[in-house]
Ligand binder design. Sequence first.
Ligand SMILES: Cc1ncc(C[n+]2csc(CCOP(=O)(O)OP(=O)(O)O)c2C)c(N)n1
Ligand SMILES: [Mg+2]
Length: 345
Amino acid sequence: MPKGPGEKRQWQFLERMLLIRRFEETVVKMATDGHFRGHYHLYIGQEGTGVPAIAALKRKDFLATTHRNHGHILARGADPGAGLAEILGRATGLNGGRGGTIHLCEPKLGFLSTSGVVGGCISLAVGGGYACAQRRDGSVTMALFGDGALEEGVSYEALNIAALWHLPVIFMCENNSAGAMGMAKGGYPSLVHASKNLLLIPKSMGIKSVRVDGVDAAAVHAATTRAISLCRSGRGPVFIEAMTPRWAGSDPLWPELATGITDLRMATGGAVPTGKHQAWFEHYDPVLRLARELANGGEESVHRLSALDEATRKRIADAADFALASPLPAPETALNHVFVQEASA
Ligand SMILES: Cc1ncc(C[n+]2csc(CCOP(=O)(O)OP(=O)(O)O)c2C)c(N)n1
Ligand SMILES: [Mg+2]
């Protein structure tokens, strides 16, 4: 039975991780039902990294993230209804329907930027870290990015400056390339890098670097907490490489619900993992893994899991109803929020 002060936190992690899972399952349904068009990216399989890493931050801290952002935004506490509405391009969305799936952003929660420009968030987070250092209030900035970001030139300049100026930046690299098909095999792009050990890159600049099992929420939380504490005391930056085997649904160019709707009973013995994704269900699904640890607490924990699942499904169903009932932005607002408007003749 998981006991002690850590158990409460584990339940809090599971609550957010499950919220993300049900949100993402709903996103796939909305896409296949034709409620929105265009490419999108799911955070399924990586909940064990984003949730505990972001939970280690304080309100005063900043974040910058990528195209695979849904989980990060929800982990930080954004409203799932406004998140789904944004994905559908509705006026009630987090960004008034202007950003869509790739740019879900919530500045009120400390997000500096969410961008589909691979590697862009690394340089923006270094700018954030510079601002934090100027403020002298112990705040830090976290960049959440994929392994592919280390193919981009801007990442090297940004890491270099962060190292030279000891900026309070946590570089959280979510390496999901293990098991990826990659474009060469007709799937989603994955890492193409000369270095077989990505940690050597920050290490060569003297940046403290650590690799962690990204499926293990407690390990990610411990590593991030240490990194944040170093940054707050002026001993940053820190680079963390969180390893998560690629979820099968993110392998093809277009996401698909390869492992179905997650059945939490697989964590409690009520359902037996089988089929071609059996190993994923048993070892690599971070939601099932944490739920399994908590279910070991006995019958009471099993009931609690089932109640949590029911409440989460309801919360996401309500969020989906809200998003689907929301209006598209009014045509006359099309030019709102643009930086420059041509002067009328
Ligand atoms: C600057 C830039 N180059 C190329 C792309 C096209 N692109 C979109 S996602 C992607 C792969 C990103 O891999 P990674 O950063 O590891 O994130 P993952 O999708 O694996 O989570 C690429 C190359 C892009 N969006 N931006
Ligand atoms: Mg990747």
